[in-house]
Each structure stands twice: as structure tokens, then as C-alpha cells.
Design a protein around this ligand. Structure first.
Ligand code: T1G
Length: 676
């Protein structure tokens, strides 16, 4: 749990609680004792605190946040700060949350160049509760403190040095020796709590007014601002009390519970039921992508940006040029936005090959097919791939709904085949549905999860069905949204209900963005549903500046009289009476039906666990993180509430609707949808 090393008159305390040195009650107890012992030795002139492994400390133990076990972290940090001998933090790896707070309670801080320092508590719906909101402003000023605490993003050691959070940058192989020397150097004791901090009240009001949109509806960021404000208004100890008060107000709140659920859900999603952590993984040194369209190039950028050589196959020289130009333009935008440096882009582009020579795929360890969504076309590609690709290569299809088993079946190696369903824009959206075919090998699955994480994605394992997890749950939502449009709701009303709920956009805005012609039969004379009727008038969405909404050059959706007329004509032909539709009905028929579909996905084993479904919707569709995902949200409002709502509107849900037996059963039993 903790190591102690004696360097003559300096004691080095090493936090050793793998994997991230989280400050569990055991580690805190061991640290309190080791510190007390070290300071009690007359010959000891100072103490160094370091983390074992690649983290200084990943913060308080998130499992213990609602517990108050002694030694309480704020008290322990106060003891470090009050020590009569210098205590030096040797930050050889990331110092996050309570880990950075611990370091700020030390008298000096040395850090290695690659170390990151951050206070990400706000991402868990809380705030730094061990003095971070009071010490950071004293070290780095109000602007840096607000930026780091309210948004929760870590900064580099170099930036921390510039901001006054770190005193020196020292290489990995010398940081202990330098810290020991620093402890021995007789540099007086500098207590952070004694540093002055002055900031006007207006600075905090201005920060809040400038970030109204980003802060809207969220409890933790606003509380973070007030905690830092307290550091300017109150004495240090009064500020600590205010910080604690605000922390307690958040830690039991619905938003923090949901955010902490998601933290662990994202990590559970990487685990494959029945497979141990030690399953062998294949090495991915080179990647091939077939198809240099929007998806293929977006997928490619993920690998190139992480230093993985990649070959894109296009049909002909024009396709080759288009693909390369698209990638270059995307990277130039990243430079213009300051997201990447010119050197980083130059390195990424140096790893890219674009060709129409299919045999260039030999030598790739992973090939991702991203051609048009047509099963016969994909089968042809995989037949060719089967002949060309190395015997150890993993063959993945980026299909968003086609049957991965049927694609695998045309190859001689179905155990090497699976789906990697990226979400558009593929270089931005973090979700990857890792679609396991019936024959997909465990090592292939484990490798796909590992390489997805390596390129910064959040993988979730899905079984084969129409739409896998996310898009399958979209189906009842879209069907009911379109039905309610014909019955009397408007696109604006339905979308507003979703935006008020916290979604980034509503069903009709999403359809206009994706394009109404995705999956359209393209026969304007054939009008089976309202979407066909809209498409038949050439209204394909944002790309035609007309879909369910009208769009100006600003791409803002405006209610369309033409759509109103099309819907009216469709309603008349269908003989559907016009009626007023309440928001509640929209919630039941679009959100409750999604939960019902999610329960079926669980019943069928398409998703391994309910929390995986939450990860899919948060990372793939923008479900508000502070509402935990559809299945978590359903549990919080009550599964019986969901069942009762669906029962109440049963006549409106169409003849094909069936209530999930699992949902009904667990609701009746008062149990969770998780497999406990
Ligand atoms: N507490 C408990 N478990 C943790 C943990 C933590 N702080 N951090 C990570 N784990 C587990 C994680 O669940 C996983 O478990 C394993 O460690 C590896 O994590 C008072 C109140 C540090 C950047 O928010 O951001 O301090 O799945 O897969 O990708 O003010 O973990 O293996 O069983 O994520 O290398 C504030 C949270 C806490 C940081 C490493 N700290 N952690 O990423 O590994 S609140 C945080 C992370 C606090 C104080 C407040 C990341 C990481 P398992 P991993 P990684």
C-alpha cells in the first residue's frame, strides 16, 4: 500500500496502491502513520512523497466519496502542510483530484515533463473537496483555478510550472534525487494556505456570465465557481468550510450519482463476460481502411493521429485524391483551431498511404472496410480481402446495421471478422460498437477493444442484430416521432422536448443532419411514410437546406410551412384525425420506448449489461451525462413508471409494439435491469 525509503536524513514515502494510487482509507492511514513517523525522527530533515508506477495519484477513491472515514483527506493534507520540516511532492506521473490536492498541501512540488496535473472532480458531479479550491487559486490565481476546476481538464507539467503550481521540472531518472536534495537544501517551509489570494467578486460573476450556456442545468460547475470565490472572500479555514459545505451538497445529488455511474460503466464496458484480463491480444502495427469517403477518412485520422501507419484503398486515382485531400483539409483545420501542431500533422500525414492497389493491404494487421452500406458490395470486398490479407489480420466492417455474420461467412476465417461501428464524424465521436459475430474469436474481440482505447475511443461490445445497440434503440424513437408528427405534433415541439431533456438535438434535427435519404428507396412516387413524403419533394435535410426544417446559410433550423403542408396532405390521405399531443406523450413514446428496446437488447444478449447501453447513448448520441444514460435514467425514475407509461399509451404505440418481458418482470419485482 505504501513504501518508505530512508535517504540518510530524508524519508521518501512511496504511494503504492495500484493501479492509480487512489487515496483509499487504507492508503491514507498508511500515509498518516509514515508521515508522523518520519517527522518524529530527530535526524530527519525533510520528507519526499512520490507515487509508484505511472501515476503520482489518481485522487480520492471514487468508491468512498460518500463515506467519511478517518484519516479524512482534507485533515491529512492539513497535517502535511503544518509539518515543521519540508515535505516535497515528487510528481513522477499524473496527479489528479485528491492527488493534486495532496501535492498542493506539500511545501514544494517537482514534476517530470510528462506528468499531468488536474482537478477532474467536476466530471464526477462534485468539486475538489480536500482544499483544492482554496490552495490552487493561491498558487496559480483565479483564472487558472477557475479554468482547471470548473472544466476539469488536466494541464501539462510545463504549463503547471508557468502557472506557479509546480516549482521545477525534473527528468524521471533524477526526480527522487532532486527532491531529496531539495528537502535537504534548507529551503524554508512555504505553506500554500499562507500565500495571498486576491480576486474581485466581478471576476467570478463575469466567468459565470461568459459561460452561461456551458454551465446551464449543471450543479457542480456553478458550485466550483462559488468555492473559488470563497477563497477570495474568506479566511483559508472559512474557505475550507465553505468548500466542504458545497461538496456535501453535490456528492449525494442525482447528477453526481449519474456521473459516477458512467465513470465505472465506461470501464465495465471494456470487460468481456467470461474472458479474463490475460486473453492474448494481437499486435496492431499497421492498419488498412477500404473506402476513403467520410467514414473511411474519419476512421483513418484516429489511427494516424496516434502514430499508427495506415493505408487507404480507394477505387481510382480520383478517389485517391479526394481521400487524401479530405484528410489533409481535416488536419489543416485542426492546426487552425490549435488542436494539433504542424509537426504533429506532418508526422501523421507521413504515416498515410492512399492507393487504388488493393494488394497494398497485405502487411496490415487490421483492415477496416468502410464502403457503401450494401451487403453484396461488402461481401465482395471481404471475398477479396480474404485472399489478400495476412493470415493473422483482423478484418472489420464499419457497417452500422448490416449482418456481420453474413459478411464473415463469405471468408475462410470468420473468427477473424467482427464489426467496428464508428459514429460520424468518426474522428470526433468517441463511441465504437465492437460487434462480435457468432464466430468472432476472443483474442480478436480483446484486440479490437484494446486498439479502440488506444485511438482514444470508448468501446462497447454489441451482438449482431439490426442496429446493434444504439441505432436499434433509435428505431422506436424515430417511428413514434414521425407518427406523432402526422397525428398533430410539430417537429419543433418534439425536438424541444428532447432538447429540454438535455439531448444535443431532437429526432428531426438529427434526421436533417444525417440526411433523410439515408436508407431511402429513392423513388419519389413511392410514399410509404412521412419521411418518404418529405424526401419526394427533394427535401433531404441540411445538405439541401430543406428537410423537416428550412435552413438558411447559418444552418439554423426554421419551422417550414412547406413541411406543415406536406404533413397535412399526408394526414388527410391517411385519414388520421388531427389532435393535440402533450409533451408527456412525446416523452413516453420516444424515451420510454427506447428503454423498452434497451431491455429487449439485454434479454437477447446483444448488450452484455445495462450500463453498456448507457455508455453507448452517452458517447454515441449525446445523452446528457448527468442523467447517466437511458437505462440508468429509467431505474432512477422507476421501471414501473416506464411500464405504466407504456401501458397508458399502448393504443398509440402501434400494432408491432411489445412490452419487454424483462422490463415488466424487473419492474414488478422492484429489481434492477442489471444481471444481479
Ligand atoms: N478511485 C477508484 N478507482 C479508480 C480511480 C479512483 N480515483 N481512478 C481509476 N480507478 C480505477 C478504474 O475504475 C479502473 O478500475 C482502474 O482504476 C484503471 O483506471 C477529495 C473527492 C487516473 C486517468 O476523477 O481519470 O479526488 O476497471 O481504466 O485509462 O477532491 O482512471 O481496472 O477495475 O481509467 O490509465 C478524482 C479518475 C477522484 C480520476 C487513469 N480523480 N480516474 O486512466 O485507467 S474524486 C479522478 C481517471 C477526488 C477529492 C475528490 C483514470 C486515470 P478497473 P482506468 P487509465
Amino acid at each position: 500500500m505504501l513504501g518508505v525509503v530512508h535517504h540518510d536524513d530524508v524519508v521518501e514515502i512511496v504511494l503504492a496502491n495500484p493501479p492509480v494510487n487512489a487515496l483509499s482509507v487504507q492508503l491514507r492511514s498508511a500515509l498518516a502513520k509514515a508521515l508522523s513517523d518520519a517527522l518524529s525522527f530527530p535526524h530527519v530533515r525533510g520528507v519526499v512523497i512520490r507515487g509508484q508506477g505511472s501515476f503520482f495519484c489518481g485522487g480520492a477513491d471514487i468508491n468512498e466519496l460518500e463515506q467519511h472515514n478517518d484519516p479524512w483527506l482534507p485533515d491529512l493534507i492539513d497535517r502535511i502542510e503544518a509539518a515543521g520540516k519540508p515535505v516535497i511532492a515528487a510528481i513522477q506521473g499524473d496527479a489528479l483530484g485528491g492527488g493534486l490536492e495532496l501535492a498542493m498541501g506539500c511545501h514544494y512540488r517537482l514534476a517530470t515533463p510528462s506528468a499531468k496535473l488536474g482537478l477532474p472532480e467536476v466530471k464526477l458531479g462534485i468539486l475538489p473537496g480536500a482544499g483544492g479550491t482554496q490552495r490552487l487559486p493561491r498558487l496559480a490565481g483565479a483564472e487558472t483555478a477557475l479554468d482547471m476546476i470548473v472544466w476539469g481538464e488536466p494541464i501539462s507539467a510545463l504549463r503547471a510550472l508557468e502557472r506557479g503550481i509546480v516549482d521545477r521540472i525534473v527528468d524521471q531518472d533524477r526526480i527522487v534525487a532532486e527532491a531529496v536534495a531539495y528537502a535537504r537544501s534548507g529551503q524554508g517551509i512555504r505553506r500554500t494556505r499562507e500565500l495571498p489570494f486576491v480576486a474581485s467578486d466581478e471576476a467570478f460573476d463575469l466567468f459565470k456570465s461568459k459561460n452561461t450556456r456551458r454551465l446551464r442545468g449543471l450543479h457542480a460547475p456553478a458550485a466550483c465557481v462559488e468555492a473559488v470565490r470563497a477563497a477570495a472572500q474568506l479566511s483559508f479555514d472559512e474557505g475550507l468550510r465553505r468548500e466542504h459545505e458545497l461538496f456535501i451538497g453535490l456528492v449525494k445529488g442525482e447528477q453526481s450519482l449519474a456521473l459516477r455511474h458512467l465513470f465505472f460503466a465506461e470501464r465495465s464496458a471494456r470487460k468481456i463476460e467470461g474472458l479474463g484480463k490475460d486473453i492474448a491480444r494481437r499486435t496492431i502495427r499497421k492498419v488498412g481502411v477500404i473506402g476513403g469517403g467520410t467514414m473511411g477518412t474519419g476512421i483513418s485520422i484516429n489511427f494516424l493521429s496516434r502514430g499508427i501507419p495506415l493505408t487507404i484503398i480507394e477505387m481510382d486515382p480520383d478517389g485517391v485524391a479526394r481521400a487524401r485531400n479530405f484528410i489533409t483539409a481535416s488536419y489543416n483545420t485542426a492546426i487552425a483551431k490549435g488542436n494539433l501542431s504542424e509537426d504533429q500533422v506532418e508526422k501523421a500525414l507521413s504515416l498515410l498511404e492512399v492507393t487504388h492497389d488493393f494488394s497494398a493491404l497485405s502487411g496490415c494487421d487490421l483492415v477496416i472496410e468502410a464502403v457503401y452500406e450494401d451487403i453484396e458490395l461488402k461481401k465482395d470486398v471481404f471475398r477479396r480481402l480474404d485472399r489478400i490479407a495476412d493470415s493473422s489480420a483482423i478484418l472489420a466492417t464499419n457497417t452500422s446495421f448490416l449482418d456481420v455474420n453474413k459478411i464473415a461467412a463469405v471468408t475462410s476465417r470468420p473468427n477473424d471478422v467482427l464489426g467496428l461501428h464508428f459514429f460520424s464524424p468518426a474522428n470526433i465521436m468517441k463511441l465504437v460498437e465492437v460487434v462480435r459475430g457468432t464466430e468472432t474469436g476472443p483474442d480478436v474481440l480483446a484486440t479490437a477493444i484494446e486498439v479502440s482505447r488506444k485511438i482514444g475511443k470508448v468501446p462497447v461490445v454489441a451482438g449482431v442484430c439490426d442496429g446493434f445497440i444504439g441505432n436499434r434503440m433509435l428505431t422506436p424513437r424515430q417511428a413514434n416521432a414521425e407518427a406523432m408528427l402526422v397525428e398533430g405534433a410539430t417537429p419543433e415541439q418534439i425536438d424541444r422536448v428532447h432538447i429540454d431533456f438535455g439531448m444535443p438535438m431532437g429526432p428531426f434535427q438529427m434526421l436533417d443532419l444525417a440526411g433523410l435519404d439515408v436508407g431511402w428507396h429513392r423513388n419519389p412516387a413511392r410514399i410509404d411514410n412521412i419521411k418518404d413524403a418529405i424526401c419526394s419533394r427533394g427535401r433531404l435535410g441540411q445538405k439541401t437546406k430543406a428537410g423537416f426544417y428550412d435552413y438558411g446559410d447559418d444552418r439554423k433550423p426554421r419551422p417550414s410551412e412547406v413541411v406543415e403542408q406536406i404533413v397535412g396532405e399526408f394526414r388527410e390521405r391517411a385519414g388520421i384525425p388531427l389532435r393535440r399531443i402533450a409533451d408527456e406523450e412525446i416523452v413516453v413514446r420516444t424515451l420510454y420506448t427506447m428503454v423498452n428496446e434497451g431491455a429487449k437488447i439485454l434479454e437477447e444478449g446483444i448488450a452484455q449489461r445495462a450500463s453498456d447501453i448507457n455508455v453507448v447513448w452517452v458517447y454515441g448520441y449525446g445523452w446528457p451525462r448527468h442523467k447517466g444514460g437511458p437505462m440508468y435514467w429509467a431505474e432512477r425514475i422507476g421501471l414501473q413508471t416506464i411500464v405504466d407509461g407504456l401501458t397508458r399509451y399502448r393504443d398509440r404505440l402501434g400494432s408491432t409494439f411489445t412490452l419487454s418481458p424483462l422490463l415488466k418482470k424487473r419492474a414488478a419485482e422492484g429489481r434492477s435491469l442489471n444481471n444481479e
